[in-house]
Structures are given as structure tokens and as C-alpha cells.
Design a protein around this ligand. Structure first.
Ligand code: NI
Length: 226
């Protein structure tokens, strides 16, 4: 399940991000890549412990906490501190699957990557190429979103970033350990929650809403892992 979460960052937050990223020091993206993905990864990244990475990471985390669509789609248990990357012309990231387990700096507990997320920070008309292409059983999906928009997808999916041919593509990316590990169960809970949101608008007084809401929570109770 791919979910597009629009407007995670507003115009002011985007301006702040781009200003800080413009004067930041970047390093080779292979610094955080696994053995397989290092072979196909050609981009730049902010050093994770650098000041801009930590400050902008907290801006992103703060915005995610307040976003009901993100929470419903992902059911976050723990979010990896957001990372930031830049693709200049000719840069790309070939086909790979993200590492299943990632150490979190300063934490004794590694994070299981259930969901991968990319938050677009550059307006799509400022660069050519750079689509994030995600493969699932229905084929390939090319994603290039407005600045401030987020895409979330199962971390087990093969994906790549097409070469940028003009301009620069800035993004934040991170992983989430979900309360519900199984992507199929997570997708069903998301569908049920979206149906409930719709019914609460259109048929607010209907007595079946109580039962359906109860069903949502009882499924979540059954499937959630501590
Ligand atoms: Ni990846």
C-alpha cells in the first residue's frame, strides 16, 4: 500500500529547510548504505549527527506527530531520526530494498523498518527526473510529489530513484517501526479507519458507527505488537 500524505510541511517550514540545506555540508550517501545498496547509491546526504540534520529532523518529526493521515496509514511505534539527501544532475539510486533492521544512534534498541517514507522538499518543476519508483505486485509506481508531501510504502518493496537530469532534488527520508508489522493487516486497518472518517462526516448519528469503531480498536488490539 502506497499512501500519499499531502502538506506535511507548510511553506514556511519548507523555506526554513531549504535555507539550512543550501549552506549545509554534504557527504557521500554511501556512508549510511548497506553493502548491496552501496553498489547502486549515487547521491549526497547530510551527516546524521550534524546540526542541520538534527534540527530539521525535529521539524519533520513534529509535523508527523500532528498528521492524522500519516498516523492512520503507518500506526507508528518508533520513527527513525529523519535523514536528508540531495541528488544533483546525473545522480540516482539503483534498485534496492532497505535494510530490515537499523541501529538508532544513542539507543540500545534497533528499529525494525516496517515502513519507508520519503518527504519531498524541492518543487517538482525545479528538477527533471528524480522520480521515486516503487515496485509491488501491481507493477511500478513512479512518485514525484509537491514539496512538503510525503509518500509511505512497505519497507520490503524494491525501489529506486531515477537519475536527476536537471536541477537538484532535496528530500528527507526515514523508516518507521509500526505497531502492526504485517503490511496487509496495516492496509485493512487503514481502509477501515478511512471508511469510519467518511461515515463520521456523512452519517454521524448512525448507531452502527459505535460497533465499527469498536471493531477497529479490537483488530488493532489483536494485531499490535508491543
Ligand atoms: Ni531505499
Amino acid at each position: 500500500m502506497l499512501v500519499h500524505v499531502p502538506g506535511v510541511l507548510d511553506a514556511e517550514q519548507l523555506r526554513h529547510c531549504r535555507t539550512m540545506l543550501a549552506s549545509a555540508e554534504w557527504e557521500d550517501g554511501r556512508a549510511t548504505a548497506g553493502v548491496q545498496s552501496a553498489k547502486v547509491k549515487r547521491n549526497l546526504q547530510l551527516p546524521p549527527a550534524s546540526l542541520p540534520a538534527r534540527e530539521l529532523g525535529s521539524v519533520v518529526l513534529g509535523a508527523l506527530e500532528k498528521n492524522p493521515l500519516f498516523i492512520s496509514a503507518v500506526l507508528p511505534q518508533r520513527v527513525y531520526p529523519p535523514l536528508f539527501n540531495r541528488y544533483d544532475a546525473t545522480m540516482s539510486f539503483g534498485s534496492h530494498v532497505d535494510n530490515a533492521i537499523r541501529a538508532i544512534p544513542g539507543s540500545p534498541n534497533p528499529l525494525r523498518t516496517d515502513v519507508s517514507a520519503t518527504l519531498f522538499l524541492s518543487e517538482p518543476d525545479t528538477y527533471d527526473g528524480g522520480e521515486l519508483v516503487i515496485e509491488d505486485t501491481y507493477g511500478q509506481h513512479a512518485v514525484k510529489l509537491a514539496a512538503g508531501d510525503l509518500i509511505v510504502y512497505p519497507a520490503g518493496s524494491l525501489h529506486h530513484v531515477r537519475p536527476v537530469t536537471r536541477g537538484e532534488r532535496l528530500a528527507s527520508f526515514f523508516w518507521v517501526q509500526s505497531l502492526v508489522r504485517d503490511p496487509g493487516q496495516r492496509a485493512m486497518l487503514f481502509d477501515l479507519d478511512m471508511a469510519l472518517v467518511q461515515l463520521n462526516k456523512d452519517a454521524k448519528q448512525h448507531p452502527a458507527l459505535v460497533m465499527l469503531t469498536g471493531l477497529y480498536h479490537n483488530l488493532l488490539r489483536t494485531w499490535a505488537t508491543p
